[in-house]
Design a protein around this ligand. Structure first.
Ligand SMILES: NC(=O)c1ccc[n+]([C@@H]2O[C@H](COP(=O)([O-])OP(=O)(O)OC[C@H]3O[C@@H](n4cnc5c(N)ncnc54)[C@H](O)[C@@H]3O)[C@@H](O)[C@H]2O)c1
Length: 352
């Protein structure tokens, strides 16, 4: 039996996760899967009520007792510094050492893309973003802060170990999914120190995967190419910062943030699935949040657990909803969050 921890979180996280869980329950029923779901009360409400973000014991249980975590979103205007979100989300990311941020980008319907020839991008792509190092480790500081002499230093950290494991994860994925090529995205011309490390590791690890081609592209050129000829790319591997930016760009090319799922992985050990979007306080409570990104996270979760057919079925049902116009206002539809989730759950049995 696989145990899944569900953390709805805050704002629309709660609303979209209700629909994701509905789709997961329906899949479990249709396919007779042995899955146990438990909902966790972690988020702004709990922090405001009890003054606690997440305890050591909770980290330990989440680390030891669950095959995977499904998370909605964290962030609430009543907690100005979003400290609970940092404690919970970054806490889990570092405690579980989730070094792969896996972001699949699929165009589920040509009508969703701002590209001139969206049909040419039928294959989609996967971005492997390094998730535990880079510029987000917060090394550095400010000197003479608040004066005209202020100096700010923000270090960009790459380790051989950190780079090796994300690059290896990308090549393994390309080999297993028969992607012909892995593309390293960097800025080795302007950032030669980290660039040299990444490129050396890329060549060394790549040599273990002779069936997969390798190439390196500068991040500025990649930003242009993702719009100009995205069909050229299959698996991208890149640093924390560049991955953050490029995956939002890729999300918009495939229909927007309401459709972008992600996985935070330590392959073979831990997995946390979450939509790319946040808690969207501007639309929370209006019933208009798109639940598709959260539902597509259920697809990634099922795939991760080895239920490949069921995963495809979830993705197919989402595509069908888009084709039938059963969408929320961000995709120019008039359906509510609940109506979209209900429709997808009801149509799971009708797709291959
Ligand atoms: N992983 C996470 O939990 C995560 C990620 C990003 C932001 N956040 C937090 O969320 C809060 C809001 O952040 P933000 O406004 O920068 O980003 P956001 O993703 O919450 O919202 C950005 C814009 O996209 C819209 N949007 C987002 N998801 C949508 C959906 N499913 N359907 C329709 N529209 C959607 C919102 O209405 C908003 O206009 C902040 O507290 C932030 O720290 C959390």
């Amino acid at each position: 039996m696989a145990r899944i921890a569900v953390i709805p979180g805050d704002g629309i996280g709660v609303e979209v996760m209700a629909e994701a869980v509905r789709v997961l329950r329906r899949t479990r029923e249709l396919a007779g899967l042995d899955l146990e779901l438990r909902t966790w009360d972690l988020g702004a409400e709990r922090t405001l009520r009890e003054g606690v973000t997440i305890t050591e014991a909770e980290f330990e249980t989440l680390e030891g007792d669950y095959e995977a975590i499904l998370l909605g979103a964290l962030g609430d205007p009543r907690i100005a510094d979003d400290r609970h979100a940092r404690d919970i989300l970054l806490g889990l990311r570092f405690r579980l050492d989730l070094f792969v941020n896996f972001r699949p980008c699929r165009l589920l319907d040509p009508s969703l893309s701002p590209l001139r020839n969206p049909d040419r991008w039928s294959g989609g792509m996967e971005i492997f973003r390094e998730n535990t190092e880079g510029i987000y480790v917060n090394l550095g500081g400010r000197f003479k802060a608040g004066t005209r002499d202020e100096v700010a230093i923000h270090e960009d950290l790459s380790t051989w170990k950190g780079v090796e494991r994300i690059v290896r994860a990308a090549f393994s994925h390309a080999r297993d999914r028969r992607r012909p090529r892995v593309t390293l995205v960097d800025k080795a011309n302007a950032m030669p120190a980290s660039g040299a490390l990444w490129r050396r590791v890329f060549q060394e690890v790549g040599a273990d995967f002779p069936e997969v081609e390798r190439e390196a592209v500068f991040v500025d050129a990649m930003a242009m190419d993702l719009v100009r000829r995205p069909q050229r790319y299959g698996v991208l591997v890149t640093s924390n910062l560049f991955g953050d930016i490029l995956s939002d760009l890729a999300a918009v090319l495939t229909g927007g943030i309401g459709l972008a799922p992600s996985a935070n992985l330590h392959p073979g050990r831990h997995a946390l699935f979450e939509p790319v979007h946040g808690s969207a306080p501007d639309i929370a409570g209006s019933g208009t949040a798109n639940p598709m990104a959260a539902i597509l996270c259920v697809g990634l979760l099922l795939d991760h657990l080895g239920h490949v057919r069921e995963a495809r079925r979830v993705e197919e049902a989402v595509s069908l909803a888009i084709a039938e116009g059963v969408t929320t206002p961000d995709l120019e539809g008039t359906s509510s969050t609940e109506e979209v989730g209900g429709w997808i759950a009801d149509h799971l049995a009708n797709v291959a």
